[in-house]
Design a protein around this ligand. Sequence first.
Ligand code: HEC
Ligand code: HEC
Length: 499
Amino acid sequence: MSSSSHQGAGPHGGPAPDPLFTNSAPHGKLSLGALVRGPWRWPLTGTCIVLALLIGAGGVTIAESPVPLDQWLSSPIASYILSEGENPHPVALIRPPALPFSAMAQLGQRIFFDPSLSGSGKLSCASCHSPAHAYGPPNALSVMLGGPDLTRQGVRAVPSLMYLERQPNFSIGPDNDTNETVSITQMVAASQDTSRTQKTAQDTAATAANLVPQGGLFWDGRADTLQDQAVFPLLSPFEMDGGSIEKVAAKLQHGPYASLFVQLFGPSIFSNPRMVVAEAMFAVARYEIEDPAFHPYTSKYDYWLEGRARLTRTEMRGYILFNDPAKADCGGCHLDQPDPDGQPPLFTDHQFEALAVPRNPALAVNRNPNYFDLGICGPYRTDMAKDTQYCGLFLTPTLRNVATRHVFFHNGIYHNLQQVMDFYDFRDTNPEKIYPRGPNGKVEKYNDIPSRYWANVDVIDPPFDRKLGEQPAMTAEDEKDIIAFLQTLTDGYHPAKGH
Ligand code: HEC
Ligand code: HEC
């Protein structure tokens, strides 16, 4: 193995934004070559790495590459990288350009914060998508309360509205951009001939050839544009409960910012209620796109990628585990590398997976034993009800700002990251720690998906490739360190101040 294939200038003149680890390492192995690339230009010879320069007086240590992670972590080079905490291979990140905040976006902002549009008069978009909580839920309730008197429980956890500006449209296939003229039925037909390949943090090429559902908005991908999407909560009886298009339009017509509508859309706008609401929703979408608060890319990890911040030893170890296909492998789905254009990572591959998180007894809908939220195949999305191979699949969310949340997964089953980590660690090796026991004393594994769809559950991507009784993918310390890494994904870090 040589390091030369990983060098070269990136598209914007900086160093190439290629992964910290190479793709060429066999499963379960990390390639040292990738880790030691970068500004120091350590001498690499054949499959061996001479660490003399690195450890100076410590003498010459020669390590075989690649080596298993555990072994690597105890090597001198690992302790150097962990203790320095620097990105050995900084990249130039391209953040979204600062757009002028248009009159349209300003109108959208007012709508976003306007509770008078709701049936109760008390709920605005911001009540559930709180700006002080990464535009996610302001509390630890599994689902928010809405409806006419704010007592009706929602059915799903409130996602963050951040980092949706690069969300692709819903599609089934290897490519996000080329499916526009193909119907979903055709896409499904095409995907039936392909078998699913394992995806690991090291091998995103395998996923590219994989025909899988991806993109869209909501946990089930049922809306494509921020504009289409906004009308759902506005009218939904358990959310803003706005009543009808006509009612909402009348409120906008007689509200404090009615003159902005006339300015932007002309005096005849209020003669057509549908147009009023459509334009209002377009304005909200512009607000979400234009306001940099929705996509600042100012986490410690972003600055670390650029070589402007150091990770602590714990964060660094968590990051390595996050990417280790023999361990947590989170990076296989929650992509953490800049894209080829140098755009910062979104921590999602925008694909859908059935992880089979436990049923949440806190949800009122779950009192009905025949009710199941099956994501893509319904009940809230109706166009793919017959495509049962997608029952139980939900969209992979971004992990940016995830440490600010108090509710996790589509059904809000968990309330801290420790519980989330335990789920990933023990789902298959120790299901008794994750799922409840039934009346017969048996552990009810995958209890939120009817057994006829269990084949859809992901049991091949690490860390889900373990079997009952096998060694879990992570130790308690591994879990703790990954949580420390997840905390570096919170926006608002100041590289100069170091916090
Ligand atoms: C009562 C709480 C509540 C209110 C009020 C609310 N939402 Fe939501 N929002 C949710 C929930 C819950 C979801 C996830 C629903 C699903 O996946 O089916 C969601 C999803 C979204 C999404 C998709 C996010 C993603 O990651 O896919 C967007 C965009 C959004 N809401 C925007 C808005 C806008 C704009 C408003 C105001 C017009 C609004 N919401 C009002 C609860 C709310
Ligand atoms: C096979 C793909 C896959 C892998 C591997 C994976 N995730 Fe996820 N992750 C998902 C999907 C899909 C969801 C949403 C599932 C749902 O709600 O039913 C999710 C949800 C989450 C959430 C909840 C976020 C929120 O806003 O509710 C966290 C936190 C998370 N993952 C962290 C991790 C960590 C840490 C790892 C590594 C131990 C990991 N994930 C590995 C696909 C994956």
